[in-house]
Design a protein around this ligand. Structure first.
Ligand code: HEM
Length: 483
């Protein structure tokens, strides 16, 4: 090799090596506890991400090293609640880390992305306002009848399968239900999954998208997705194109539903009253994709793991059934919110089995910050995860146990540590919808299916949770059978 090239490569190697050492031995990060290897390498974290165990891996580090741990050379995870609150509070300057826009294949500007991916707090606040007006608790009342109807249909099909086939896959039926309901609120009509019982490409795409996106970011695969047709990666390209088509369908449906006097989750984003649209159609289409992805698996995981937990605790089941026996034949959302034990069961299920258990990464403000007793350098990534915060024995004694009764006298500490829908500034905009679905699904299931148990196939190995940002059972399906 000619000497100028060798010299150039030499300089690059020295610069990269110097920067790497600089991060590994950064005077601030040096004191943050964690495995020695994590100072130099992201490999242990990468391995956990690839195997679907990011949250478990980080949780194990917290158990060993405390509330602040170094999970990678430039990344720290924090579970100290005071620090968690600072990170997620509005105005403290902790913006979403680059991981979020990196989940967008073309990574353009904040203005083109869906809310989940937006970093700029002003853009996010404006977008959230548009949601609050059409996805508020009050606005959701309009969809209450459909939520009731769809949960009843899903549970009827579960009962039918158990009766006719000897077992039913509740992961499948609640996925159909949650996807159909996202269709109703975002597209003005369901996808017809519960009615036709025919799987559509969208459900398969949804199954893969979170995992492929997560791996895409971790291994910088978007470049290849854009320019090459590599098997597997090419598949992701097709999935993204199909999802975008669905997004545009949501925009069209919102325009149509406005003509008919109804509304969707995006009605304020594409107004039909002649006022100027606050967002262009392509952004609303992206927003719709974001909601289908964010609102389907999460809700299903919530419902399924709550049912799983209750079926493993006969005393809890008995008390829940006794309370549900006092419900009217067709209870309203308000009535279900008044059922104390049902709400404790839901909260405890979401606490122990958070549907989004993993890190919510943020950037430390440029000037650096003191968090949980450690000085962290500016722009270092600091994340928080529900799995660890919601199992902190400071707030939840015997944290690994499913004890709905602990919510009877919920302390301020418990409420602070309940972060299943994220932190205050960028918390989940779909949480009211999720809660509505959870209450109806759990109520209907335990009212209609008093004599079912987990099937042999749904053993601990099958129910082990893999997380690719959202949680899923390793077995893929969750079968129930008759007692
Ligand atoms: C049990 C069900 C759900 C859980 C546990 C859940 C959890 C979360 C969490 C933890 C975040 C914060 C993410 C972060 O900071 O990185 C979030 C954000 C978000 N969720 Fe949900 N979610 C659920 C259901 C839904 C539904 C049904 C929708 C849509 C209708 C939805 C739409 C969103 C959106 C758009 C964001 C981004 C908010 C922002 O960045 O400002 N989620 N969700």
């Amino acid at each position: 090799m000619a000497w100028p090239y060798s010299a150039l490569i030499g300089v690059i190697v020295v610069v990269v090596f110097y920067r790497w050492l600089n991060i590994a031995f950064h005077p601030d990060l040096r004191h943050v506890p964690g495995p020695f290897l994590n100072r130099f390498s992201r490999l242990p974290l990468k391995y956990a991400i690839c195997t679907g165990h990011r949250a478990d891996y980080i949780h194990s580090l917290h158990q060993k090293y405390g509330h602040v741990v170094r999970i990678a050379p430039n990344e720290v995870d924090v579970s100290d609640i005071k620090a968690v609150k600072i990170i997620h509070r509005s105005g403290t300057g902790y913006l979403k880390a680059d991981w979020y826009p990196n989940t967008h294949p073309t990574k353009t500007s904040d203005d083109d992305m869906c809310l989940f991916q937006v970093q700029n707090p002003k853009t996010a606040a404006e977008r959230r306002k548009l949601y609050h007006r059409s996805g508020s608790r009050l606005a959701l009342k309009a969809w209450e009848p459909q939520v009731r109807e769809y949960t009843e249909v899903a549970v009827a099909k579960i009962k039918r399968d158990i009766h006719n086939l000897g077992q039913a896959d509740i992961w499948k039926w609640f996925t159909y239900m949650a996807t159909d309901l996202i269709g109703v609120v975002a597209f003005g009509e369901s996808f017809g999954l519960l009615r036709t019982e025919v799987d559509i490409t969208l459900t398969h795409d949804l199954e893969k998208i979170m995992m492929l996106t997560g791996l895409g970011v971790e291994f910088n695969l978007w470049f290849f997705v854009r320019y090459f047709s590599v098997p597997g990666i090419g598949n992701l390209k097709k999935i993204l194109a199909r999802m975008l088509e669905e997004g545009y369908r949501a925009v069209a449906a919102t325009k149509n539903s406005a003509k008919g006097g109804s509304h969707t989750l995006f009605s304020k984003m594409v107004p039909e009253d002649g006022s100027e649209a606050p967002l262009v159609d392509s952004v609303v289409a992206n927003e719709a994709i974001g909601d289908i992805v964010a609102g389907s698996d999460t809700t299903v995981a919530g419902i399924v793991y709550i049912i799983y937990a209750v079926l493993r605790h006969p005393k809890v089941k008995k008390r829940l059934e006794e309370e549900l026996a006092t419900c009217s034949a067709s209870p309203s959302w308000d009535e279900l919110e008044g059922k104390a034990y049902l709400n404790w069961v839901v909260d405890e299920g979401l606490r122990l089995y958070p549907p989004a258990p993993s890190s919510l990464p943020r950037k430390v403000p440029d000037k650096g910050a003191m968090l949980g007793g450690f000085q962290l350098p500016g722009r270092c990534v600091v994340s928080t995860q529900a799995l660890t915060i919601q199992r902190d024995p400071i707030a939840f004694p015997n944290p690994e146990e499913f004890i709905p009764e602990r919510w009877e006298n919920a302390t301020a500490e418990m409420k602070d540590h309940f972060v299943v829908f994220g932190g205050s500034m960028r918390s989940c905009v779909g949480q009211h919808l999720a809660r509505l679905e959870l209450l109806f699904a759990v109520q209907t299931f335990f009212r209609e299916c008093p004599d079912v148990v987990m099937a042999q196939s749904a053993d601990e190995k099958c129910m082990e949770r893999l997380d690719f940002f959202t949680a899923k059972p390793r077995g893929g399906k969750v079968e129930l059978t008759k007692k």
